[in-house]
Design a protein around this ligand. Sequence first.
Ligand code: ATP
Ligand code: MG
Length: 598
Amino acid sequence: MSTLFLRTLREDPADADVDSARLLQRAGYIRKAAPGIWTWLPLGLRVLNKVEAIVREELNGIGAQEVHFPALLPREPYEATHRWEEYGENIFRLKDRHKADYLLAPTHEEMFTLLVKDMYSSYKDLPVTLYQIQTKYRDEFRPRAGLIRGREFVMKDAYSFTVDEEGLRKAYLDERGAYERIFHRLGVDYVIVHAMSGPMGGSASEEFLCPLAIGEDTFALAPDGKAWNVEALTTPRPEDVDFSSAPVLQELETPDSATIDTLVSQANALHPREDGRAWTAADTLKNLVIAVKHPEDAEHDKPWREIVAVGVPGDRQVDLKRLEAQFAPAEIEEATEDDLKAHPEFVRGYIGPRVLGPQARANESIADPVRYLMDAHVARGSEWITGADRTGVHLFHAVYGRDFEADGVVEAVEVRHGDMSPDGSGPLSFQRGVEIGQVFQLGLKYSNALGLKVLDPNGKAVPVWMGCYGIGVSRVIACIAEAHHDERGLDWPAAIAPAQVHVIATGKDQKAFDAADALVAELELRGIEVLYDDRRKVSPGVKFKDAELIGVPLVAVAGRDTVSNGTIEVRTRTGADLAAVPADEAADELVRRLSALG
Ligand code: ATP
Ligand code: MG
């Protein structure tokens, strides 16, 4: 440490918003270059290299082969897959001196697909899985939490190429297995959650989330341990309600009741229930009008806009993100003034099922009937107060399946604590987490877009099935730091600590330094990495504080006791399991303790 390029900080950096960012900077692992852009210092680089080595070992172990692409890429391949635009403001685009467009790659599906297309042409060449550990660039709207959401970050991305879907499934499971071993070895907690495929297109996908309160993802847990990203949650079909004794449909005056709150109070004031129970928001069905922005498709040669109505229980919040996921690749937004004006059948605040979907199509006076979708929580046979399409009037006892129908079911609202899990195994609870990895069955999206085909055994050209698999290598380091620290510093698992043993020599007596030198030499001879605090003019207090901050798991101190009785103090970083060991046995003791740490 007398020569190590390191300066620990006593004070927290002003803008560190999470513990990992605070401690990784204070302990001299990383340094901020710009928002979301970090410099790796010697200690940090050691940790990064170790994490990468574990990732490499496990991926090589499943037969994946490492390659390395440039980060600076031309526009054309991303144009072919529409991602040059789809990524929106999230990518860094730039021009060369000849005004040609380039980008700093946010992910590399296109390049891997083209590489395999370049080199392979037969089913006999497959399967193959390629990967790289590369710097990625994303112009994140809000870089935050240090290494967790950077604009430049290190990702491991792997891509599998197989001749059929069955091959894809096997490659996917191999990769998933490697992830479990990687995260286990890294000492990081994870939950595997079912995920939505998102803008990448494709089918099955799972995310590895590290459960942390600072995470930006929310996942739902069922009692049987299964987990879902909230965007991927589906509501099991609620049981049909017997409506044989439901009152007949009534159209009743409810003045000034365009919001759920005013409707509920008007209903209770003017039309109280006969059973004495009060009307609540849960009795109301509001009909939300959205605009769906579809991309061009087989029937439309340019992007097109569709107005859709969604029926939602009044006591639930609409979740536009979940709703939008149902319309992918289309995007949605709330209907505008102009959208509503184009539908004279809509009476703002009083839109009801009679002007929507099947009801609208049966009504000749409605020129342009809109699709009507029902939130998945609405049971067939259930009874509602809903709009009557006249200002100040509502329908009461409107029974879904008796008085009105819809065109389909959607996930439109926020899931709540206690809602039934998708597999019906019990009520859901929610936790926050950070996505550290994702495995993804891409299917044929990229092979079709970029023309990656091979000849099958019959000599027929068939598109190649692809999977893609990412790990946030730099992000995972921050997650480990989040889970392994205390108020005094970092506390690394031995497998990725920058060294396994922190040897400290204290005092002025040369004998302590000689004993420490000998111990360091002995440990290094046995292949153990040592961080050696050999600084002469630094007080023991400062050295101990630095050791706690840096977070190497085992500490050995040569000091006054070494001089007086020839022992070296061996302990954990936190001071636990303290023992005074004869100097010439200290190396053995440390080796023994290290193997116990695993
Ligand atoms: P997020 O939803 O957190 O933005 P993502 O789903 O867009 O992530 P992927 O495209 O799946 O990310 O990238 C693979 C992995 O790269 C992620 O699982 C995550 O661990 C990591 N990663 C993604 N974005 C960042 C970032 N801005 N900084 C650090 N790591 C990131
Ligand atoms: Mg992801």
